[in-house]
Design a protein around this ligand. Structure first.
Ligand code: NAD
Ligand code: IPM
Ligand code: MN
Length: 391
């Protein structure tokens, strides 16, 4: 049999807890749909983040990097925690310092050239909206795909930890090519469906040089290559306000740089009600919108040290990331949809099947594993229901 290699890097805190549930779901897909996916999913785990610092002294061991590079896709949990409070860049072993777990994640994204991070906020189902921190009428109908540039900007600019004069600095850098390739992906996704989606590009062009470059290159790329697509520019401060005042106004594609995307995607999770719900896909290479591509898949949340070890983390973000893995790296839209439907069913359907399940972050009492098991249970019939055309 053909083995489809998935590198698994569960990381720290709740990372291993939520990743285990995503793997359960993928194993079910592998079991029932191996003909369709063209092989059997083969999972191998590697140390990463704080765990790798403890066992091997560095957050991104060479063996982990190589395993990720030779896999068809990577499934990641989360990294970081108060146990590893080291400066990001100071790599001075003589002072007992080394890179933080988070630096391992940045290095991995860069090594794998994952320049686009897709963070969909498309899961605000009716039953979730009833308990959204936002008013139902405000949150209703909001749906967007955020595309965050992932290997540029202030995350990768030159940095100085506090020096002898008590000064520290970070620099934001972007090149034309870096902006162009992610703008092109936004154009592709905007034109992928029957109806063209609107692109909302978010920057701080009233202050930052990199944002003025961003705005110019995004405008030129979309006008030249995707002429039918509507493009609106927003300043990030006003966009952050709009996201909770009237999130429907941002429906479509949100395109933004690395740090703004980090911040705004956590904010967007307030619409469906929890950070634990949102998935992501980090993609690289040449993306044509059709061929399967290498990618790394992770929930948008972190290691959640405040709840880690209690078995109460919401695994939905991780499970929906597994659906994105099937969609983008294995080209399996039908199975990805089935997972998304199974998640909806488990969240929504409370009368017929006793679902309507909620983990603690959403006000319920369901555990991490109960949630994962329920999704697997709901998924079986949906996968069996896929017909011959879906093969
Ligand atoms: P966090 O995302 O870990 O947690 C923020 C809040 O959301 C916490 O109250 C947490 O309990 C809750 N939360 C997060 N995920 C949840 C889930 N699945 N279910 C229920 N509740 C959930 O952010 P933080 O506390 O600011 O950061 C903790 C650590 O995680 C830091 O070291 C940070 O650098 C790291 N981090 C890593 C990633 C990543 O690996 N991709 C992402 C964000 C933060
Ligand atoms: C995320 C995280 C990371 C980021 C950190 C852990 C480096 O917050 O994936 O959203 O800022 O990109
Ligand atoms: Mn983040």
């Amino acid at each position: 049999v053909n083995l489809i290699k998935i590198a698994v890097i569960p990381g720290d805190g709740v990372g291993p807890e939520v990743t285990a549930e995503a793997i359960k779901v993928l194993k079910k897909v592998s079991e029932l749909r191996s003909n369709a996916i063209g092989g059997v999913l083969d999972f191998a785990e590697y140390d990463f983040g704080g765990k790798a610092i403890d066992t091997q002294g560095v957050p991104l061991p060479q063996a982990t990097l190589e395993a990720c590079k030779s896999a068809q896709a990577v499934l990641l949990g989360a990294v970081g925690g108060p146990q590893w409070p080291r400066p990001v860049d100071a790599n001075d072993a003589s002072k007992g310092l080394g890179p933080r777990p988070e630096q391992g994640l940045l290095d991995l994204r860069q090594e794998l050239e994952l320049y686009a991070n897709l963070r969909p906020m498309s899961f605000a189902s009716d039953s979730l909206l009833k308990s959204s921190p936002l008013k139902y009428e405000v949150a209703e109908g909001a749906e967007f795909m955020m595309i965050r540039e992932l290997i540029g900007g202030v995350y990768f600019g030159k940095r100085q930890e506090t020096d002898a004069n008590g000064q520290a600095w970070d620099t934001t850098e972007y090149s034309v090519d870096q902006v162009k390739r992610v703008a092109r992906l936004a154009g592709l996704l905007a034109t992928a469906g029957k109806e063209h989606k609107k692109i909302h590009s978010i920057d701080k062009a009233n202050v930052m040089a990199t944002s003025r470059l961003w705005r110019k290159v995004v405008t030129e790329t979309i006008e030249a290559e995707f002429p039918g697509v509507e493009l609106q520019h927003h300043l990030v401060d006003a966009a952050a306000m709009l996201m909770v005042k009237n999130p429907r106004a941002l429906n479509g594609i949100i395109l933004t740089e690395n740090m703004f995307g980090d911040i705004l995607s956590d904010e967007s999770s307030v619409i469906p009600g929890s950070l634990g719900l949102l998935p992501s896909a980090s993609l690289g290479g040449i993306i044509d919108g059709k061929s399967p591509i290498f990618g790394m898949y992770e929930p948008i949340h972190g290691s959640a040290p405040d709840i880690a070890g209690n078995g109460v983390a919401n695994p939905i973000g991780s499970i929906l990331s597994a659906a994105m893995l099937l969609r983008y790296s294995l080209g399996r839209e039908a199975e990805a949809n089935a997972i998304e439907q199974a998640v909806r069913k488990v969240l929504d359907d409370d009368e017929l099947n006793g679902y309507g399940m909620r983990t603690r972050d959403l006000g319920g009492e369901c555990t991490t594993t109960q949630m994962g098991d329920a999704v697997v249970r709901a998924l079986g019939p949906m996968l069996n229901g896929l017909n011959a055309e879906d093969l």
